[in-house]
Write a protein that binds this ligand. Sequence first.
Ligand code: ADP
Ligand code: MG
Length: 269
Amino acid sequence: MSTEKRGTTTLAIANQKGGVAKTTTVASLGAALAELGQAVLLVDLDPQACLTFSLGIDPEDLELSVHHVLTKGLPATDVLIETEDGVDLVPATIELARAEADLLTRTGREHVLRGMLDDLAEAGRHYDWVLLDCPPSLGVMTVAALTAADGVLVPLQCETLSHRGVGQLLDTVHDVRRFTNRGLEVWGVLPTLFDGRTTHARTVLETISETYDLQVIEPPIPKTIRFAEAPAAGRSILATSRSNKGAQAYREVAAALLARGAGSGADAR
Ligand code: ADP
Ligand code: MG
């Protein structure tokens, strides 16, 4: 072990379109990174709280959540949960729906999440990876996530013809770079719900990659029925179906992220 301070790599998983597997990606990559011996924190930033639920926690049972940390100044350690998948979670509840409005007139709202992560580090919690599960919008919460992140990963369902949304997301990334987080890097698009049998999916992917000059993260995550079943089990698909091809694809992506993350991260912070 080297004695130098280990860095944290924070990734925002963002796409304002719903149903593109943001939450599935956060849960699965989190579990895959944990399998690789990494200390992982997942943050649920969607009032629908699907990530929280998929990790076996019923948001309705929670009195305190990320909302209280971001808008009321509660210490993040008070809401932190250690889950069975070997990752820590800052959970969300439906109350987070009010956070956008609560924060809208507040100074420094873009930095609330950065502040929360800094507080956790100061409280002695070290994570190699922090994955931020963004809501399906480009509002305050997504901007705060991009402001707190080293990189952004964009899950993309290739079957969808419309990719205008990618341009809007990249516009937001550019604004964040200008005003709140100069170091933000786009790590690339991650093809999800991928049906490799159709040439259509490949064509859409190539078009998007060329149009926006984006790196495509490999391998694509195949569409598999197991993903629909995993949330009900309260465990990630990596735990429930170890050899599933979707789980395997997420493991390969996690290994690729690890190789990249080793060369970046927030050592300078
Ligand atoms: P988002 O967070 O972007 O809204 P989710 O992760 O909630 O998307 O995924 C949307 C739906 O697609 C969920 O029902 C999920 O179980 C399903 N899903 C995600 N990834 C896959 C996959 N690779 N194969 C099949 N279904 C998937
Ligand atoms: Mg989601």
